[in-house]
Ligand binder design. Structure first.
Ligand SMILES: [Zn+2]
Ligand SMILES: [Zn+2]
Length: 145
């Protein structure tokens, strides 16, 4: 679930096909996020790890690169509750359930709202595009205490 199904080569080929240059910063930002087991990184975590792997890349370049990749539709940045925004791959469709008490986050599959989507279409003619929905609630531990 954590990594993009396309892989870095697919993403880079896609950008190249759209006439975009493949810079070191772009390549390393994508690689760092792909390598991250959880697949979600704040901009500061991303910047830290990119600087480690590519010390020549300036911090402002990393911020601009993340913005560029978001505008290009490769990454999305989302907020989970009150925590800072995290980046993850747009192709990694998923949702979250987040505990309002302890902040625990559970990852839900991208099809978690299919039944709701069918119902919205049938009852309201509304075609839902749920994207990284965050459902608030209580986790098992907090619910039992
Ligand atoms: Zn997520
Ligand atoms: Zn909890």
């Amino acid at each position: 679930m954590a990594s993009s199904p396309t892989g870095i080569d697919g993403i880079l080929a896609d950008l190249r096909a759209r006439g975009e240059r493949i810079t070191t910063a772009r390549r390393v930002v994508l690689q760092v996020l792909l390598d991250h087991p959880d697949g979600h990184l704040t901009i500061d975590e991303l910047a830290d790890q990119v600087s480690e792997q590519a010390p020549d890349v300036h911090l402002s370049t990393i911020y601009r690169t993340a913005e560029f990749l978001e505008q290009a539709g490769v990454l999305v940045s989302v907020r989970l509750g009150a925590s800072p925004a995290v980046y993850h791959f747009a192709s990694n469709a998923h949702h979250h359930a987040r505990c309002e008490n302890c902040g625990a986050v559970i990852e839900l599959p991208g099809n978690a709202f299919d039944a709701l989507g069918r119902r919205l279409l049938r009852d309201h003619g509304f075609r839902a595009h749920p994207n990284h929905v965050v459902i608030p609630g209580l986790c098992r531990d907090c619910d039992n205490s």
